[in-house]
Structures are given as structure tokens and as C-alpha cells.
Design a protein around this ligand. Structure first.
Ligand SMILES: [Ca+2]
Ligand SMILES: [Ca+2]
Length: 242
């Protein structure tokens, strides 16, 4: 009996050993996820005008499927709100829904003449192929003038390198340039800003012809010669810092 019992235990033991061997799993090795590769950029926007504060800068990263606008376009409602009143909230909400848009950002406040707004952009991922920047802002002592940089490629910018471009002005075409009291949201007037109907005649985005002002014979203009500008409106410097 003893012998049989020993054999039986031995068989059981072998079986148990085999089973344990089959199921043996080494403790899972915990491999930390690789840290994301980051590209970092500093974007400086300098207001070159004498007396045209720029509304909070709207910054968009995207690829070639997106374009903020083209000459001859009818401005979207969001762009009309930005161009007449200076708020970029509706514009960026529209942009966020567009194909090819990676990110949107707004400056916290206006950029006053001579001042420089600094925005910092971090892009997560190991590839910036096709990456572009667009920037839109209103000249707020106007009826509906904007300045913009469109589809600026940053894909070849290496760490430590910088590039600089100038932005010109556009008429959003959503309001006649009456320069009249009550129609301009900037500090020269404190007027209404956005109005979907007011003097909405042209409905076509064009290069801006500039302002006339009371100093150059437009009697009802609340603007003076200080509010004129010659292009460019802003200098945009992009430095890749990482
Ligand atoms: Ca206009
Ligand atoms: Ca309008």
C-alpha cells in the first residue's frame, strides 16, 4: 500500500509539475511608455501700426486641407464677427470643425501698437510634415479690417531656427468703411462692433484700401491720420525652441 501510495503521489507530482511548467509565465516586464516627442515654437506678433490695436490673435495649426479664407470669398459668420467686433470665439469654434485643423489658440487680450504678443505652441508627435500656421486678427479702430498670415509652412524649421514674415491687411467685405460714429468697436469709438446687417453690401474679402479719416476730407469719419496704416500691419517671428 505504501509503495502504491508513493507511486501515486509521484505520478500526481509529475502531473502537477508538468501543468505548472506549461502555465509558467514570467512576471510581465513593465516597460514605461516612451515619452512623447515634442516640438515647441515661440510665435511673436508685433503690432507695427501707430494707432490700430489688434484684437486677440487667433492662431491655427493645420495642413493644406484648411485655409482661413481666400481673396474673393464671402466671409463666414465667425470671420464677420471677428472682423467687425474683434472677438475670435465664433471664428475659432468654426475652425475647430474644419478638416485639416490640428489646434487653435487665442491670445488673452489685444496687442497694442508697438507691442509684441508671445504665444507658445507645443506639438506632440514625431512628425511635423505638412504643418502650417495661420493667424487672424482685427484692426479694431476700423469697420472690418483684419490682418492675417495664411498657411505658413513650418515643417522645415529646425530646433534653434527662426523665420519672420509680415502680415498685410484685408477688408472682410462685411461692412462698408463708413468710419462713422457708433460703427467701430475700438477705443476711438467704442461703437457696436459686429452687426450682421449694418452696411453689409460687398460680401467679398479683398485687400484693404486703408482708411480715409477726417484729416483727409471724410467729414463724418471719427478716425484721424494717426489711424492710417501702410502695409505691413504686423511682423510675425516664429522660433522653434525644441
Ligand atoms: Ca469693409
Ligand atoms: Ca456686417
Amino acid at each position: 500500500m505504501k509503495k502504491l501510495l508513493i507511486t501515486s503521489l509521484c505520478l500526481f507530482g509529475l502531473a502537477a509539475c508538468d501543468r505548472n511548467s506549461d502555465n509558467f509565465q514570467p512576471a510581465a516586464e513593465i516597460v514605461p511608455a516612451p515619452a512623447p516627442v515634442m516640438q515647441e515654437y515661440q510665435i511673436e506678433i508685433t503690432n507695427l501700426t501707430l494707432a490700430q490695436p489688434l484684437s486677440p490673435i487667433a492662431l491655427i495649426t493645420h495642413d493644406d486641407r484648411y485655409r482661413a479664407f481666400s481673396i474673393g470669398d464671402v466671409a463666414s459668420t465667425g470671420l464677420e464677427v471677428l472682423a467687425e467686433g474683434g472677438s475670435n470665439v465664433d471664428f475659432l469654434a468654426e475652425v475647430d470643425l474644419e478638416a485639416g485643423v490640428f489646434s487653435t489658440m487665442s491670445a488673452a487680450g489685444p496687442t497694442f501698437p508697438g507691442n509684441t504678443e508671445v504665444l507658445n505652441l507645443s506639438i506632440e508627435g514625431d512628425d511635423v510634415a505638412g504643418m502650417m500656421l495661420s493667424i487672424v486678427s482685427m484692426l479694431i479702430n476700423t469697420n472690418d479690417a483684419i490682418t492675417a498670415v495664411q498657411s505658413l509652412s513650418i515643417e522645415n524649421l529646425q530646433p534653434g531656427e527662426m523665420m519672420s514674415v509680415m502680415s498685410i491687411s484685408y477688408d472682410s467685405g462685411t461692412e462698408a468703411n463708413t468710419e462713422a460714429l457708433g460703427t467701430i468697436p475700438g477705443p476711438v469709438d467704442g461703437g457696436e462692433g459686429f452687426n450682421v446687417l449694418r452696411d453689409d453690401l460687398e460680401d467679398q474679402i479683398r485687400g484693404h484700401s486703408g482708411v480715409v479719416t477726417v484729416d483727409d476730407g471724410m467729414p463724418n469719419s471719427i478716425l484721424g491720420e494717426m489711424h492710417r496704416w501702410d502695409n505691413p500691419v504686423a511682423r510675425i517671428t516664429i522660433t522653434r525652441t525644441l
